[in-house]
Design a binder for this molecule. Structure first.
Ligand code: GLN
Length: 191
């Protein structure tokens, strides 16, 4: 599985994926996308990751791969990069998730927080979700499945092979969300 390794929490994501028994490959060049079964876009700073995507000539290759069906999971900054709309910003985004996000919208006092999140698809117990300067998903289109909400706002969404969450699932020892995504790939018909 590929992990976009331009900036942010890619090492932590690799560690979580390896603990799930999955081999990982750091992606910094378009060629490295060849042969991967899925891609993870980690948390970090979405403007920086976007800028580096341009510098590393990755934007077109990523767009092609995801449009071609490559499963992708964006966490935190990753979900911002996958969003169609970023409120008040024209920064680069891939735009595959029909959602609008507002960056850093959980407020300065609660820059970072943790909650016990009920994710029905995972069942009990609740999932300890770590939010770090997280984006708020403020609107979702009709094709988007909402898999978890926090304070009435979606925090985990899926639109077919494109997944996104506002929190950092790699920062706790609970691997259920990574495994759930990986299971969806295992069932995927490769074209
Ligand atoms: N605040 C960051 C951004 O806007 C996202 C934070 C994160 O990924 N933990 O890109």
């Amino acid at each position: 599985m590929g992990v976009l390794a331009l900036q942010g929490a890619f090492v932590e994501q690799e560690r979580a994926l390896r603990r799930c028994g999955v081999d990982t490959r750091q992606i910094r060049k378009a060629e490295e996308l060849t042969g991967i079964r899925a891609l993870l876009i980690p948390g970090g700073e979405s403007t920086t990751i976007g800028r580096l995507m341009e510098d590393f000539a990755l934007t077109a290759a990523l767009t092609r791969a995801i449009a071609g069906g490559l499963p992708v999971f964006g966490t935190c900054a990753g979900v911002i990069l996958l969003a169609r709309e970023i409120v008040g910003s024209d920064q680069l985004r891939l735009g595959f998730l029909d959602i609008a996000v507002e960056r850093n919208a959980y407020g300065r006092q609660v820059d970072s927080f943790e909650v016990d999140l009920d994710i029905p698809a995972l069942g009990p117990p609740p999932f300890r979700a770590v939010f770090i300067r997280a984006p708020k998903i403020v609107a979702v289109g009709p094709g988007v499945e909402v898999l978890a909400v926090h304070e009435d706002k979606p925090v985990l969404v899926r639109q077919g092979h494109v997944w996104g969450c506002a929190f950092h699932p790699e920062l706790t020892s609970d691997l259920r969300l990574h495994r759930y995504f990986l299971d969806s790939i295992a069932n995927r018909q490769l074209i």
